[in-house]
Ligand binder design. Structure first.
Ligand SMILES: [Zn+2]
Length: 482
């Protein structure tokens, strides 16, 4: 028995002074001045007590050409716990391998290593033309506890799907209770622009902004949302990065499409001028979609406050300086163009606090902060029966968040397995004092407890989507619990 005493419980319902009693792995009681006799007491000391954060967009142990993302499931989930995240959903699949193989590989990567609970999305690169076969495949995903998939509209050579494939996926997924996520960039246009830039001798990191401008994000959002509306499917846009992309989301909604969208801290805090420094330094800011302008940042913050964006995830995909220099091309030894710099930033440890800066700036209410980082991700991705709120019966995934603690976000004070931080010059106010995962304290004062590897469990998820995890009416999908 553990009682978290003397905190302010914050969830989307509101904020109130309350204690939280935990028995084993579950929350059993929430209320003022609970009797703590016989229980271990964790004194929250007036701090905020919130549901553990959920990051629905990570890439642990992901091979990218000649290199691989620096965090594996052990280091990545330990870093997550230090920053107040108690569940991640990682993207299974590295390319066009069959889903059975992708899922088996990702289970092997995570099993016995993860410190906190985890789930998987599957990356889908092909969908059977026969509707019965397509339906069976998506029902199999659900039976495996995977109730969301991602399709790429970019990267023609590795991952991109055409409109017909996306349409088949939307139909089959929605019938099965699977939420379709898209990486929304017009990949053919990005490749055309890239070829033009390289031919003109523009190989430096800053050219990335010209190769992948906001218009190609907006165009892909429009195309995907149009298809989704046509077949009556919801659509979740990952890592929305620009005001133009946001405008495309608004237009699609006005036209009746059910579009959900997330953004990531890098698009809220960093801008494209970071790509203009010395090449090796600029390389540390390469991600896709690329960093944008200040006006884009502002538009995204406003959309978080207004409810136009549903969640903040990270797209956590860190690399070491050495791997960034080496580049993705096998045998190259060093990148020679921006296209060969492995793209992705560290983020799984810093998201909860970075979004909290929006509370400090008056852009978000504390309740909205919790909604964006925990409750909505749980609801949209089929975890709401166990996670995302502080109430009896839920997993005891709890963060005691000290709103006054300060932390400099340089690589040395963080636990992600990389030697550089895109936020190295930033000191945040507000950091987890304690992170509890299914009843166990896994981090204290931003430092991990010992012996965490392997205690995280695979979360077989129930139906995902805007209906909040209920399978669509009339569907035969099985649900399982893990
Ligand atoms: Zn990603």
């Amino acid at each position: 028995m553990l009682v978290v005493r003397g905190g302010t419980v914050v969830d989307p319902i509101g904020s109130r002074a309350a204690d939280v009693r935990i028995d084993g792995e579950r929350i059993v009681e929430v209320g003022p001045e609970l009797d703590a006799s016989g229980a271990e007491v964790l004194d929250a000391g007036g701090a905020l007590v919130i549901p553990g954060a959920i990051d629905v967009h990570t890439h642990f142990d992901l091979p990218v050409g000649a290199v691989r993302s620096a965090d594996d499931f052990e280091s990545g989930t330990i870093a997550a716990a230090c920053g107040g995240t108690t569940c991640v959903i990682d993207f299974a699949g590295a390319g066009r391998e069959p889903p059975v193989e992708a899922l088996r590989t990702w289970h092997e990567k995570a099993r016995g290593r993860a410190a906190i609970d985890y789930g998987f999305h599957l990356t889908v690169t092909e969908v059977p033309e026969d509707p019965a076969e397509a339906g069976a495949r998506f029902r199999w995903f659900v039976s495996e506890g995977v109730t969301s998939v991602k399709l790429y509209l970019a990267y023609p050579e590795r991952l991109m799907v055409d409109a017909a494939t996306l349409r088949r996926a939307l139909v089959a997924a929605t019938a099965a209770g699977v939420l379709v996520c898209v990486h929304a960039e017009d990949g053919l246009e990005a490749d055309r622009r890239t070829a033009e830039l390289l031919a003109a001798g523009r190989a430096e990191p800053a050219a990335l902004s010209l190769a992948r401008p906001p218009e190609i994000e907006a165009a892909a959002v429009r195309a995907a949302a149009g298809l989704a509306a046509e077949v009556g499917a919801p659509l979740y846009v990952v890592h929305l990065s620009s005001a133009a992309g946001l405008e495309a989301v608004r237009e699609a909604r006005a036209a009746g499409a059910n579009v959900l969208a997330e953004t990531c801290p890098q698009y809220l805090f960093l801008t494209a001028d970071r790509l203009e420094g010395p090449p090796d330094e600029a390389a540390g800011f390469v991600c896709v979609p690329p960093l944008r302008a200040d006006a884009d940042r502002e538009a995204l913050w406003r959309a978080l406050g207004s409810g136009e964006l549903q969640a903040v995830s990270t797209d956590h995909c860190p690399f070491t300086r050495a791997d960034r220099r080496r580049g993705t091309r096998t045998g190259a030894g060093r990148w020679s163009a921006f296209t060969e710099i492995p793209g992705g930033l560290p983020g799984v440890e810093t998201r909860l606090s970075l979004v909290f800066q929006g509370v400090r700036d008056g852009r978000l209410t504390p309740e909205r902060w919790v909604e964006l980082t925990s409750t909505a991700p749980a609801r949209l991705f089929g975890l709401a029966d166990r996670k995302g709120s502080i109430s009896p019966g839920m997993d005891a995934d709890i963060v005691v968040f000290d709103p006054a603690a300060t932390k400099r976000l340089d690589a040395r004070s963080l636990h992600m397995r990389t030697d550089h931080s895109p936020y190295a010059d930033l000191t945040v106010t507000g950091w987890p004092a304690a992170t509890i995962s299914r009843g166990r304290v896994v981090a204290l004062g931003g430092e991990p407890a010992a012996g965490l590897g392997g205690r995280g469990r695979f979360m077989a998820r129930t139906a995902s989507g805007p209906s909040g995890g209920r399978p669509p009416a009339g569907s035969q999908t099985g649900t399982s619990n893990g």
